[in-house]
Design a protein around this ligand. Sequence first.
Ligand SMILES: C[S@@+](CC[C@H](N)C(=O)[O-])C[C@H]1O[C@@H](n2cnc3c(N)ncnc32)[C@H](O)[C@@H]1O
Length: 227
Amino acid sequence: MPGNHPGFPRFAPDVSPTRTLIRSADVGEHYFAEQPQAQSRPGSVDLVLPDLHLRLATDRGMFSPDRIDLGTRVLLETVPPPPAGGDLLDLGCGYGPIALTMASRSPQAIVWGVDVNERALGCGRRNAQAAGLDNVRFCLSDQMPADPRFAAIWSNPPIRIGKQALHDLLTAWLPRLAPGGRAHLVVQKNLGSDSLQRWLGAQGWPAERIASRAGYRVLAVDPKDAP
Ligand SMILES: C[S@@+](CC[C@H](N)C(=O)[O-])C[C@H]1O[C@@H](n2cnc3c(N)ncnc32)[C@H](O)[C@@H]1O
């Protein structure tokens, strides 16, 4: 089974609903720095899902390097299976837990992981190679080829960049959903999931809450002019 990687031992998932990493402790920079200044300190986390177990390389200066973020876990445990083929997008991929899960669940698809943090992208590439997942590409957002339309977009979006920047980000990427495609976004209720849902609807992207767990909402977003 493509999602099984027997070289990785099983560990109990290590998640804490009370801890949200928003800054690198080393230098106080944000996790979305393009070139993190925090001194490199390689680490690893275990991504344990019913269908997949990966040990992922992480480092300082990126989002949630010590454990899989709870929001990411809620998304991966509740989202419907991705389309079997086509281009799929993880918007704000970090070291790649979402992109790699999509790649494992849809081995015939091409998965794109985009981010602004080059160190995180480097971890993502190493993680794909270690997992033997050759259908995933990690690249800077501004190096993403213009043509692909995405059959699915999954994202734990960077809420901390600020409301306007988040709206700009979604306005840039959601129009790239293919007809019939769907985006799934996980957002903490305390960080504005409900107002984001309203904003999406007001922009013409119908957004439906498909899951609510541990203080997180998973929103499913359809393209504009979806039937
Ligand atoms: C909440 S983190 C999620 C990371 C990863 N997907 C995970 O689940 O662990 C959001 C990510 O968005 C990235 N990001 C911030 N601004 C971005 C932008 N303009 N375009 C793409 N990614 C961005 C951050 O660097 C960060 O890695």
